[in-house]
Write a protein that binds this ligand. Structure first.
Ligand SMILES: Nc1ncnc2c1ncn2[C@@H]1O[C@H](COP(=O)(O)OP(=O)(O)OP(=O)(O)O)[C@@H](O)[C@H]1O
Length: 246
């Protein structure tokens, strides 16, 4: 049975008096993968940052439901950022482990053990003792993903996780994300410009244009028939390179 875990109602965000998000409304079910698509400036990053509590909302509500916890979605999500956001003065493993031990959620020993398991899962355990400056872009982002998974949060938010990477690292990180999605029952909300990847891994596509949601459809429907001109233009202009993630 499907179970709603996120509900966003009438959400609006104004920045410096400008309406950036307008009347955003959608739901996500437990375990679903939702991808936010849309042209540059449509508001995708602002929406994901608002979900994670990094941007204040101007009106509306974001509701989080779980069997045991209710309340603030930001408390129950891990986030992967476009530009990694790793601490330069901490090693890879300390970047992953430190939020859990500093918050008192785990002891330092427990946090390091768990972080090592995650780094291994993402195939960056060999780099555990290296500092971010000596890691490739793809390695940095896999460390960033490990950090987002550290919390056991039921929601994973990914904001253009490959947009700062070279083509080889893009492939490597998309494969890592696909593996994580297969291995977990987390609800995933992803912003990406990698259309072929979105098509392969998403249950639903939310298409944004000028701060609004103009389509919210199961993936196969979104990519099969599109009468909306904005969506047609977008699909024609984006990267549809032939990459396989089986
Ligand atoms: N802090 C800010 N101050 C002023 N304007 C902002 C701010 N953050 C975002 N905006 C504006 O909000 C709009 C949406 O930006 P956002 O980054 O959310 O778009 P996007 O769909 O993620 O674009 P892209 O695909 O290029 O990352 C843009 O017009 C942007 O200039």
């Amino acid at each position: 049975m499907t179970k709603t875990i996120i509900e966003v109602n009438d959400l609006s965000v104004n920045i410096n008096g400008k309406a950036i998000l307008k009347d955003i409304q959608f739901k996500a079910e437990k375990g679903q993968v939702l991808t936010l698509l849309g042209p540059s400036g449509a508001g995708k990053s602002t929406l994901i940052r608002t979900l994670n509590g990094l941007q204040n909302l101007s009106s509306g509500e974001i509701l989080f439901y779980d069997d045991i916890k209710k309340g603030d979605l930001a408390q129950h999500s891990g986030m992967v950022f476009q530009h990694f956001n790793l601490f330069k003065n901490l090693t890879a493993i300390e970047n992953v482990a430190s939020p859990a031990w500093l918050s008192g959620e785990l002891t330092k020993k427990e946090a390091l053990t768990k972080a090592h398991v995650l780094l291994k899962q993402l195939n960056v355990d060999q780099q555990a003792q290296q500092y971010p400056a000596s890691l490739s872009g793809g390695q940095k982002q896999r460390v960033g993903i490990a950090r987002a998974l550290m919390t056991n949060a039921p929601i994973l938010l990914l904001d253009e996780p490959t947009s700062a990477l070279d083509p080889e690292s893009i492939q490597e990180v998309l494969l890592a994300i696909a593996d994580i999605i297969k291995a977990t029952d987390k609800t995933v909300i992803l912003v990406t410009h990698e259309l072929r990847f979105a098509k392969q891994i998403s249950d639903k596509i939310i298409f944004m244009y000028d701060g609004q949601i103009i389509a919210n459809e199961p993936t196969h429907e979104f990519f099969s028939t599109q009468s909306n001109q904005h969506i047609q233009n977008f699909l024609q202009s984006e990267n549809t390179e032939n990459i396989h993630y089986a």
